[in-house]
Design a protein around this ligand. Structure first.
Ligand SMILES: NC(=O)c1ccc[n+]([C@@H]2O[C@H](COP(=O)([O-])OP(=O)(O)OC[C@H]3O[C@@H](n4cnc5c(N)ncnc54)[C@H](OP(=O)(O)O)[C@@H]3O)[C@@H](O)[C@H]2O)c1
Length: 266
């Protein structure tokens, strides 16, 4: 597994399991299967309503806490300093953890600065090992960075071959911040898994379109959190660390970039 060292020295896997829309027993099963297959990073959020199951499965998995990396996110109900403070406790309780590896502000709420103060406090107290944001533009990230003392370590945003976020990646690098891709398969939009370029490059390496898409982002320096509820796909998605895309293939994949969101809700 490739790792990235965040701007505060914490180490994070470059690939993890997304858990959006995984609930109950299915969520627990996917996490246990992923653990068995070598996943160590798990991405959840208060908004997903599954922190309890995620925590429960990880406890059942029996992996030492220090080997697991858990990301969660605070959303609108935590949009004030006091509510964010409470929200951190809510996540720690739901996950049944002493600390969270990475806590993000889910979206650039108007109150992000005061929410972030609560994150900084919990970071100082060791309850959060790293803190960051999600769905922040370069300008919004810059504004927050100017008002805080702990520069956000991660910005988790929509990124996939059709929306490669090159400008934002450059901007985040200038701050020493790491860009992480949500929906690295564009959630299957635009007939993602049948894309001609992904397919034909995959044939050269003996890999699937999904594997080529993930490897492309990782080689750009963007970490990925693909979601799947199928064991064979969870396995397929982590089986990408035994090959490297050649420069020529990276250039071909760069041409797939349409430079705009496929989701449009943020
Ligand atoms: N911060 C944010 O605002 C934000 C927003 C959206 C998502 N996220 C995070 O990012 C994670 C990933 O995003 P996502 O769940 O929207 O979409 P995604 O990972 O881009 O795609 C998931 C879809 O692809 C299918 N799939 C997975 N692996 C496959 C494979 N190898 N071959 C064919 N199909 C495959 C899955 O189906 P099956 O499940 O049926 O296998 C599912 O329908 C989320 O789970 C969540 O943790 C964060």
């Amino acid at each position: 597994m490739d790792m990235v060292v965040l701007n505060n020295g914490a180490t994070m896997p470059m690939l993890g399991l997304g858990t959006y829309a995984l609930y109950g027993r299915e969520c627990e099963r996917c996490i246990l299967e992923a653990l068995e297959l070598g996943y160590r990073l798990f991405d959840t959020a208060q908004m997903y309503g599954n922190e309890k199951e995620v925590g429960k499965a990880l406890r059942h998995g029996g992996m030492p806490r220090g080997k697991i990396f858990i990301t969660t996110k605070l959303y609108r109900p935590s949009a004030s300093y006091a509510r964010a403070k409470q929200g951190i406790e809510t996540s720690l309780n739901a996950l049944q953890l002493d600390y969270i590896d990475l806590l993000l502000i889910h979206e650039p709420y108007q109150e992000a600065e005061e929410m972030y103060s609560a994150l900084e406090e919990a970071y100082q107290n060791g309850r959060l090992k790293a803190i960051g944001v999600s769905n922040f533009s370069a300008a919004r990230y810059k504004a927050l960075s100017c008002s805080c003392t702990t520069i956000p370590a991660v910005n988790q945003v929509e990124a996939h071959v059709f929306f490669q976020q090159r400008e934002l990646l450059k901007a985040m690098k200038a701050y020493g911040a790491h860009l992480q891709a949500w929906s690295p398969f564009a959630a299957g939009k635009k007939d993602f898994f049948n894309n001609h370029a992904l397919r034909s490059i995959g044939l050269v390496y003996g890999k699937t379109p999904a594997q080529i898409a993930l490897k492309y982002l990782i080689q750009m320096g963007i970490s990925v959190i693909p979601k799947s509820s199928h064991k064979e796909r969870i396995k397929e998605n982590i089986d990408i660390f035994d090959f490297c895309l050649q420069e020529e293939d990276m250039r071909t994949l760069q041409t797939l970039d349409r430079g705009k969101t496929l989701f449009g809700w943020y």
